[in-house]
Ligand binder design. Structure first.
Ligand code: SDX
Length: 428
């Protein structure tokens, strides 16, 4: 089979190499196109364009396959906790007992914020969206750690990675405490990552807080299935910002902003708002499926559809199975979960969704579990960010370690006015 692609255009007959990945994905390497022809390619939304090669995550959208460093997401969600998966994504291998012990210990001892950082929260309005707080405070970490911002110094990168992984849950929990007007709870070094987050979120000085092991198990699963997803919008943002040699804190802050978008990570918040609206409207899911099919009203079924998955999102399957188990164990009867299941059934039997291969994605059921845990809707995308952080870090690190790293600077096709004479204001 030819390993080149032939291109004939404007009198040129050119050949471009076809590169192949370890899972037989193929791409035409057009890096020589403009030099040889003066032409560029254009691909709105990069639907057909690869930005890089990567050894971190493989997904097959047609078959609903997702693997981190070669391990199936189903195996990792079942057998690991979030810190093990974070280690795997960032360093490329599942940790040994001693490696994960050292890693956990280091993360545990970086969970506190500088006391001056806690003052930031006094300046935010009480109803500030926690994603705005998260991106602001993460960006500001660079002002407290000015000695470890060099992306080309492995030691500075390592300590920044540990500080970010350790502090993001603290920053997130403090934004929740702030919005509820309850005192900030310091992280506790005798607790594991997810337990620590839950105690910072929900403990109050007036009584002792006992972390529910069911919620710890659910949270580890949710953070694992959100941990990476190759070149999605927010990860690509982290890579683009990092390609300019911006420090890791600035790059992650930019990724948080991208994730906030309702078409991306913000969808989990939008799903629960949509399910709540359907519930208030009498639970008529057919009405909302019809609305989603009508292009005139711009309504979309949030939590449905995906740029890559044209089959079930394997993460949605894992989360949905856990919803069933958790709600049964908690003896909780969440009307929104019942509506979500009915909505899924109706949509998956509807020609419009079948033809466009629109399936529930990772955001469709995650909010049901967050609600069962008492996490408020506005914090849902923050939970996505805590999960996605190791993936963002892994991609940022892989990019900086690549010998072919270049600043990201796409081209364009100009469609504005041709050159014209300047007209002084008196004559306009
Ligand atoms: C995430 O990239 C990642 O990996 C993202 C993510 C990750 O882990 O990082 O998986 C996380 O962002 C999941 C997606 C969360 N977003 C939503 O749930 C929002 C609702 N979904 C969509 O808006 C949409 O499906 C996207 C944004 C997810 C994908 O958009 P695409 O690939 O650009 O698809 P499209 O908008 O071109 O839609 C193709 C067709 C269109 O109809 P036609 O023009 O062919 O007639 O499908 C329709 C769309 O109108 N469509 C929907 C729909 N999603 C797509 N119609 C109704 N409801 C929907 N949800």
């Amino acid at each position: 089979m030819s390993k080149v692609a032939k291109l004939q255009c404007e009198g040129h007959e050119l050949e471009f190499p076809i590169v192949e990945g370890t899972e037989q994905e193929k791409a035409i390497d057009i890096s020589g196109l403009r030099k040889q022809t003066g032409l560029i390619t254009i691909d709105e939304g990069f639907v057909n364009t690869g930005s890089t090669s990567s050894a971190i995550t493989f997904l097959n959208g047609e078959e609903g396959v997702l693997r981190y460093r070669g391990y199936a997401i189903e195996d990792l969600a079942k057998n690991c906790d979030f810190m093990e998966v974070a280690y795997l994504l960032i360093y490329g291998e599942l940790p040994t007992e001693s490696e994960i012990t050292v890693f956990r210990d280091s993360i545990r001892h970086h969970t506190m914020l500088h006391e001056d950082m806690r003052l930031f929260y006094n300046g935010f309005p009480r109803d500030a969206h926690p994603m705005a707080i998260l991106s602001s405070v993460v960006g500001a970490l660079s002002t407290f750690y000015q000695d470890s911002l060099d992306p080309n110094d492995p030691e500075q990168v390592e300590i920044s990675i540990h500080r970010l992984l350790a502090k993001l849950p603290t920053i997130a929990a403090y934004s929740h405490n702030k919005s509820n007007g309850i005192p900030f709870s310091y992280p506790q070094n005798n607790l594991e990552y997810c337990e620590n987050f839950l105690q910072m979120m929900f403990s109050v000085p007036s009584e002792s807080y006992k972390v529910d092991p069911l919620f710890v198990e659910a949270l580890n699963m949710l953070l694992i299935v959100h941990a990476d997803h190759e070149q999605n919008c927010s990860t690509s943002t982290v890579r683009v910002v990092g390609s300019a040699n911006a420090n890791l804190f600035a790059s992650i802050s930019a990724g948080i902003c991208a994730l906030w978008g309702p078409l991306h990570g913000g969808a989990n918040e939008a799903v629960v708002s949509m399910l709540g609206k359907i519930h208030e409207d009498g639970g008529d899911v057919d009405k909302y499926v019809d609305m989603a099919k009508d292009k005139q009203n711009g309504f979309r079924l949030m939590g449905f559809g995906h740029r890559v998955y044209k089959n079930f999102d394997p993460r949605a399957n894992i989360i949905k199975a856990y919803c069933d188990k958790l709600l049964e164990k908690l003896d909780l009867d969440d009307p929104l979960f019942e509506i979500a299941q009915r909505l899924e059934k109706v949509a998956l039997e509807d020609e419009y969704f079948v033809k466009r291969k629109l399936y529930p994605n990772v955001d469709f059921y995650s909010g049901v579990i967050y609600r069962a845990m008492g996490i408020p809707v506005q914090m849902f995308t923050v939970m996505f960010a805590i999960g996605r952080l190791p993936g963002w870090i892994a991609h940022w690190k892989e990019m900086h370690e690549s010998p072919t790293k270049r600043i990201c600077r796409p081209r364009q096709v100009y469609t504005g006015p041709n050159v014209r004479e300047f007209v002084p204001i008196a004559k306009r």
